[in-house]
Ligand binder design. Structure first.
Ligand SMILES: [Zn+2]
Ligand SMILES: [Zn+2]
Length: 248
């Protein structure tokens, strides 16, 4: 890392603010201190074997959750590298809103083991979930692309820009869940590298956060039309369902 970048980047853990040691090999400082890296945990087991949703039933064997039964057949599985809780949420925020691209390395390293063989067959390509053109202009990047690039380095796979946002689709953040599902139905269109999607490739859809899976379903519908037969949705963090009895 150059001296100027080193000067600009705080050597503080994104999770707890503690100083992180400057790596002796001259590499980038880690986004999280060791303690915070150890605090990252997978969504709690048992999880739905298809969509990774924690079941919270106390059963020792994983049972399908039922919510993912309506997913298109091509969307075989969703996996996440961590539960969306501290300090994972700090990484998501830092990458999405803070321009903290180094966070992507820690995030991708959490995702990679869940995508290693035999779970995801090869050959495979990585397809980042696109953001709107307006947000990409404002932020200067698509956080899912940064994450896909980091994963590509670890897994030795290629990143394919197979999707773009439908310019007419609006931002998801402020919408309740049912409107979100309706809103994403026309969210995507074939992108500049759509021709590189095809049946021989397992398609790994990369996003920072998995919430209901509606985004993955919508993207899979377009990928299927492009010839993809098998899609895995890979997210850094899985939003956990609210405990029973909590409001709204
Ligand atoms: Zn920390
Ligand atoms: Zn499920």
């Amino acid at each position: 890392m150059s001296g100027l970048l080193r000067f600009l980047l705080p050597l503080r853990c994104l999770g707890c603010g503690a100083h992180v040691a400057d790596p002796s090999d001259g590499g980038s400082p880690p986004a999280l201190c060791l303690d915070c890296r150890l605090r990252l945990r997978l969504p709690p087991a048992p999880r739905c074997p298809r969509c990774d949703l924690p079941r919270g039933t106390g059963r020792d064997r994983p049972v399908r959750c039922g919510r993912c039964d309506e997913w298109p057949e091509a969307l075989e599985r969703a996996v996440a590298g961590a539960a969306l809780e501290p300090p994972a949420d700090a990484l998501v925020q830092a990458l999405k809103y803070g321009g903290w691209r180094l966070a992507a390395d820690v995030m991708a390293r959490r995702m990679a083991p869940r995508l290693a063989a035999p779970g995801v067959p090869r050959p495979a390509v990585l397809v980042p979930v696109p953001t709107t053109a307006r947000r990409r202009r404002r932020r200067g990047y698509n956080q899912a692309r940064i994450l896909a690039d980091a994963l590509a380095r670890i897994l030795d796979l290629e990143v394919v820009e197979a999707l773009v946002r439908n310019p007419a689709s609006s931002s998801q953040v402020a919408l309740p869940a049912d409107q979100r599902r309706a809103n994403v139905s026309e969210a995507f269109e074939p992108g500049p590298e759509a021709h590189r999607i095809g049946a021989p490739f397992h398609t790994i859809l990369v996003d920072d956060v998995l919430t209901t899976g509606a985004t993955a379903v919508s993207a899979t519908e377009v990928l299927s039309r492009l010839g993809a037969r098998r899609v895995t949705a890979a997210a850094f963090a899985r939003a956990l369902p609210r405990p029973v009895g909590s409001s709204s």
